[in-house]
Design a protein around this ligand. Sequence first.
Ligand SMILES: O=C(O)CCC(=O)C(=O)O
Length: 295
Amino acid sequence: MTPKERYYWDLNGHLILRGVLTRSELEAANAAIDACSDRINPGEPDRLSRGSKSLRGLGRPGLRGTQLLNIEKPHCDIFRRLLVHPAVISRLRVMCGAGFRLDHGPQFIGGIKGTSGHRLHGAGAPHKPFVGYNHQAGEPYVGGLTVSWQLAEVIENQGGFACVPGSHKSNFDAPDGVTSCDEHMGTVIQPAARPGDVVFFMDGAQTHGTFPWRSDHERRSILYKFASRTSARTGPTADVAPPDVYWDEEVVDNMTDEQLAVMWGPYSGHGGAVPSLTVGATGTVDLEGGIDIDP
Ligand SMILES: O=C(O)CCC(=O)C(=O)O
């Protein structure tokens, strides 16, 4: 990562590298998406725009989970190669330190003319240190970040990844008009990108989302959701974190609910499934509903 890139990343919370994929890599990735077009979920209208007037539209086509890593050969090969592309590895080492790992994805995001946007999110509220941005002794650190490969042209303000540059350092919640983009005061940008470009963004710290797709051609983005070594967001963590899996079953056998609450493995994207503990007025340790936060 060059000092210029590091400056831009620290200042804005995202970074675009131009022309990273070769023509043959682009062809392979597009051919792979064509080959699994029958598995693409069409999405539900307005599920992601969540009440925004500016972002509403048709369902957003996509593929979630890890399917792209295990679709039939040779199509999975390109997505496995991109997992450890040198342009990505050299940046991730600086962005979140050595030892980063894939947390979930790679996810395909598609779009046709009229596809809805995604309400802006990931604004660091409530405070989520595990995916937040920090820097100390001249080194930046972010717990969660997305690497998004563009397989099709993205025209500025015609749909695709949108963000509030600098919002990963904001001291205040993003107002509703900003997250809906209905009244964003010029704070939101939606940058252009060419096929083969790669966008890095701090998906748990920078306020970001998606503008509705307005171009005649299809959107095609592949998003790898990385985490630093010690963040555990979603993906297989959901299956591994329960106390009886994370520890030996005998270790947790017959524990009280309060004892079990501290035996869960690391897992932030549990959507309220993992209880937390509190001390009540009479000094008893009580269960509290799990904190329901986005990963
Ligand atoms: O590329 C995009 O449309 C943004 C996706 C997004 O908001 C996310 O992955 O959290």
